[in-house]
Write a protein that binds this ligand. Structure first.
Ligand SMILES: NC(=O)c1ccc[n+]([C@@H]2O[C@H](COP(=O)([O-])OP(=O)(O)OC[C@H]3O[C@@H](n4cnc5c(N)ncnc54)[C@H](O)[C@@H]3O)[C@@H](O)[C@H]2O)c1
Length: 283
């Protein structure tokens, strides 16, 4: 889908990748760029910057998303492009020696549910709200921001990894189902991107595997918009993800072994072996 003249809605558009997408879409000649974000000041600032409007909304709240989409349709008449981009990392944390219950599968139910609510259902709510009108017109494009964690694994957060896999599944199903009805679907799967999400993970000591290859949000937005305009399904701003994904599919045993070693090298591993009864760090 060509961006010029289109009406775009960007969730999580107040900061990070969403803000870079909004700027790129506006620069590409979009007729209107609407920012939907839970954070009022950033949403308002971005909307002012790109000459668009904004809505303060929690994408995990179905009724609020439906009301927001209805308001956008009432004002602009249509939504050509939905960037379902808002996402969170909750309940993350690398298991550390002496504390098996930190992060991972032991994250709280609240953290699991919040991850599910924002990272998956937030996208479902928005897509469900915009899709009927797109299908009625026989055209539209859905950009689903998943993550390389949805194709591979994020070492620092299990709930993030699981919900991003769900997001990739959502995008794939939609692409297959609606391709013949004029709806384009793209699935954006970056590795590390220098945003506040990565900064927070770095501050928690969980992002060592991401920082070396981290790229700017502006680069991600440029690759994403090129992918939308080419109607490409899988958008990989880090080209190496393609090789990793192929390697995982070709030899899953080798993949798990290599990732396990990589993880131990980066973060250390609690070993319950008899030689190390107190649980030492194995690197
Ligand atoms: N930064 C990375 O390394 C990276 C890598 C791969 C994928 N992603 C994905 O890209 C997307 C954007 O991430 P980012 O790095 O820009 O994060 P970010 O934290 O910098 O920005 C996220 C934006 O979403 C908003 N937001 C958060 N929860 C919301 C909610 N419930 N409802 C509405 N808005 C909400 C925030 O206010 C913020 O403006 C996410 O889906 C994330 O999982 C990020």
């Amino acid at each position: 889908m060509r961006i010029a003249g289109r009406v775009a809605l960007v969730t999580g558009g107040g900061g990070g990748i969403g803000a870079a997408l909004a700027r790129r879409l506006a620069a590409g000649g979009a007729a209107a760029v609407v920012i939907a974000d839970i954070d009022r000041p950033t949403a308002a600032a971005l909307a002012h910057e790109v000459g668009g409007d904004f809505h303060v909304v929690d994408v995990g709240d179905r009724c609020a998303v439906e009301a927001m989409v209805a308001a956008v349709l009432a004002r602009h008449g249509r939504i050509d492009l939905l960037c379902a981009n808002a996402g969170v990392i909750e309940g993350s944390g690398l298991p550390v020696a002496g504390d098996e219950t930190f992060g991972g599968v032991f994250a709280s139910d609240e953290a699991w549910l919040r991850s599910w609510s924002v990272n998956l259902m937030g996208q479902v709510h928005a897509i469900r709200a915009v899709l009927p009108a797109m299908l009625g017109r026989g055209e539209g494009h859905l950009l689903v921001t998943a993550s390389a964690a949805g194709l591979l694994t994020d070492l620092g957060s299990l709930a993030y990894t699981v919900t991003k896999h769900a997001s990739v599944g959502l995008a794939e199903w939609l692409a297959i189902t609606y391709r013949g009805r004029g709806i384009g679907v793209s699935c954006l799967c970056p590795m590390g991107v220098r945003t506040s999400m990565l900064e927070a993970a770095q501050a928690r000591g969980e992002a060592a595997h991401l920082t070396a290859d981290a790229i700017d949000a502006e680069t991600v937005a440029a690759v994403a918009v090129e992918g939308i305009e080419s109607n490409r399904f899988l958008i990989l701003p880090h080209p190496q993800v393609s090789a990793y994904f192929r390697g995982k599919a070709d030899d899953p045993e080798r993949w798990i072994e290599a990732m396990s070693r990589h993880r131990a090298r980066l973060y250390g591993e609690w070993s319950p072996s008899p030689e190390r009864p107190d649980g030492g760090e194995v690197r």
